[in-house]
Design a protein around this ligand. Structure first.
Ligand code: CMC
Length: 440
């Protein structure tokens, strides 16, 4: 393949595919985005040359145009709608960022107030849905409950599933953002055998969530503002991250015109894996297993050993080849939370800091550009605040819902999008004679 500098119509360059095997060639357009690498438009490749492309894990494939989130992995930059994550996490709140993701602009005071009121008005779940929980074992993983209950919203809210109706799409959006904390807190309360706590519109989105998680009917509960702010910041940091596995899953499910509740349930399922959102739970387990800083070299050696499947959880990222900017914010936030709780010298945090230091000085991690990612410090914050590790990935799913649903809207509004349908390179048997049962 050779690049040609000949501009084509529309002010784009082309790249020429030269097929020596069949003696043919094809010019493909190079499309330019606002920022980031240019993309080669390969849509006519199969039609004109009879070739597919092969890219397991989509390491070199852009599946869509998007105007929501931009990541510069080499520089460690993350922006939503052009605003840097550091500014959003320090100056905005989660509801504001959800609005930004959905509608493209930061809301003014009135827009924010209306949006927030709308979200709060939809935080209750149908009483019948509450009965669902009794069907789960008490030791069910909360992510299993999330997949089931969020998918089950499709069975309750029939007036928000016609995806061709903008009003219904909006209603489903608000319902999902509003109900996620309620569904999540109920999963926790069910596991520990405490009564469910109904949402309160008097509190902020995160204050209400903390109350639903940690209050009991016998006592008053006032959320600690430092912890409330820390959870809000965590939610902002997790709100969107362009075309990651769960977001791509939501888009793929949505491309078949499935209803929004089913699509978000699919995203939750994808998020659950330890290579994705499940890593925050895995990091804490790993830190507990390491136990003492004297054992760090042993675990670093295991992470480097090709024969050992162990990986340093909370390290590495498909896109970031630099420090994940979200991890930086969370490291500072961990300091604030632990100080507020009077456990600034918490051993797991000290262990995490030491592990980070040693890994960042290690040749293997330097060479492979493996840095702490968003999951490295989040578990420490959450554990200190009293969240069980099984809830950590749930704490990722709640805010990511804002990103998933924004990406789902964008996909539905994109005239170029069609049902997602990757191709394959077939490597199985060629045609063969059927073998009857008595001859096998
Ligand atoms: N520990 C040790 N080695 C690692 C690690 C790690 N955490 N991550 C990557 N590597 C090595 C890997 O073995 C490979 O080496 P080689 O080139 O010699 O085969 C190289 O680095 C590239 O790794 P990869 O698996 O090809 O990279 P990827 O982009 O497919 O995977 C990742 C990215 C996040 C799945 C991976 O870094 C990983 O498994 N990290 C640990 C799990 C984790 O923290 N996940 C959270 C990701 S951030 C939040 C989110 O997305 O939800």
């Amino acid at each position: 393949m050779t690049a040609s500098d000949k501009p084509n119509s529309g002010n784009t360059d082309t790249i020429t595919v030269i097929d020596n095997k069949n003696n043919q060639r094809l010019d493909l357009d190079i499309l330019t985005g606002e920022m980031g690498p240019d993309v080669i438009d390969i849509r006519k490749l199969y039609h004109d040359l009879d070739y597919f492309t092969y890219d397991p894990g989509f390491t070199s494939t852009a599946s869509c145009d998007s105007a929501i989130t931009y990541i510069d992995g080499e520089k460690g930059v993350l922006m939503h709608r052009g605003y840097k994550i550091e500014e959003l996490s320090s100056q905005s709140n989660f509801i504001e960022v959800s609005y930004l993701l959905l509608y493209g602009e930061l809301p003014n005071e009135q827009e924010l107030a209306e949006f927030e009121k709308d979200v709060k008005r939809h935080s209750l779940v149908d009483e019948q849905l509450i009965r669902f929980y009794n069907g789960f074992r008490r030791d069910a993983h909360p992510m299993a409950i999330m997949v089931g209950v969020v998918g089950a919203l499709s069975a309750f809210y029939h007036d928000s599933q016609d995806i061709s109706d903008p009003k219904q799409r909006h209603l489903a959006t608000i319902r999902l953002i509003g109900k996620m904390p309620t569904i999540a807190a109920m999963a926790y309360k069910y596991a520990i055998g405490q009564p469910f706590v109904y949402p309160s519109s008097e509190l902020s989105y995160t204050g209400n969530f903390l109350r639903m998680m940690f209050s009991v009917p016998a006592e008053d509960y006032v959320p600690n503002p430092v912890l409330e702010r820390a959870i809000d910041c965590l939610f902002v940091l997790h709100a969107d991250h362009e075309q990651n596995a769960s977001t791509s899953t939501v888009r793929l499910a949505g491309s078949s015109q499935a209803n929004p509740f089913a699509c978000i349930a699919a995203g939750i399922a994808s998020l659950w894996g330890p290579a994705h959102g499940g890593a925050n739970e895995a990091v804490l387990k790993m830190l507990i297993e390491i136990g003492h800083k004297d054992r760090i070299p042993e675990f670093i050696a295991r992470a480097k050993d090709k024969k050992d499947p162990f990986r340093l959880m909370g390290f590495g990222h498909r896109v970031y080849k630099n420090y994940d900017p979200r991890a930086k914010v969370l490291r500072d936030s961990a300091h604030d939370v632990l100080s507020e709780l009077g456990i600034a010298d918490q051993p797991l945090f000290e262990l995490a800091l030491e592990l980070e230091k040693i890994a960042l000085e290690d040749e293997y991690f330097i060479k492979k550009k493996l840095f702490p990612n968003v999951d490295f410090y989040s578990g420490i914050i959450l554990q200190a605040m009293g969240f069980p590790s099984s809830m950590f990935t749930v704490m990722f799913a709640i805010p990511r819902t804002a990103g998933w649903i924004s990406q789902w809207h964008e996909m539905l509004g994109d005239p170029v999008q069609k049902i997602g349908r990757p191709r394959q390179r077939y490597i199985g048997h060629g045609p063969r004679e059927y073998v009857s049962m008595d001859e096998r």
